[in-house]
Design a protein around this ligand. Structure first.
Ligand code: HEC
Length: 112
């Protein structure tokens, strides 16, 4: 069984699904479709955008006031530790400590 799982993982990463697979952690709350908000705001073309500015989503006041721009490095810090980048923010996600996984997630989001 262990080998079967390992083989599947290898196959997935070989055909380039690795990033998409990692985004599953975010996809329960975020869509990548324009204007489609879930528990979190849509991440459609979020690259280099100002934080907390999408219409139709109610952000925390912490996020609205944050004046962050979603560059690669800011998004990386946010996914690593949402509460240290936006203290008082409302994203219920504890953070991803693996730098490689964060990179895959960001690559996937920025490829849209
Ligand atoms: C359990 C739900 C949930 C999960 C899981 C989650 N988020 Fe969020 N996210 C939110 C909420 C809610 C907000 C709004 C936070 C606020 O207003 O303070 C948010 C805000 C954001 C923003 C700011 C968007 C903007 O318009 O400024 C980004 C970027 C983001 N999340 C990325 C991610 C990524 C990447 C992941 C996966 C690693 C993730 N989130 C996982 C709920 C979630």
């Amino acid at each position: 069984m262990k080998y079967l799982v390992a083989t599947f993982c290898l196959l997935f990463s070989m055909v380039g699904f690795a990033s998409e697979k990692q985004f599953i952690q975010c996809a329960s709350c975020h869509s990548l479709e324009k204007g489609v908000h879930g528990l979190g705001p849509s991440l459609y073309k979020i690259k280099d955008k100002q934080a907390g500015k999408q219409t139709g989503f109610r952000y925390s006041s912490a996020m609205k006031r944050s004046s962050i721009r979603w560059t690669r490095s800011n998004l990386d810090k946010y996914i690593e530790s949402p509460q240290s980048v936006v203290p008082g923010g409302r994203m219920p996600y504890s953070g991803e400590s693996d730098e490689k996984v964060r990179k895959q997630i960001i690559d996937y989001i920025f490829s849209q």
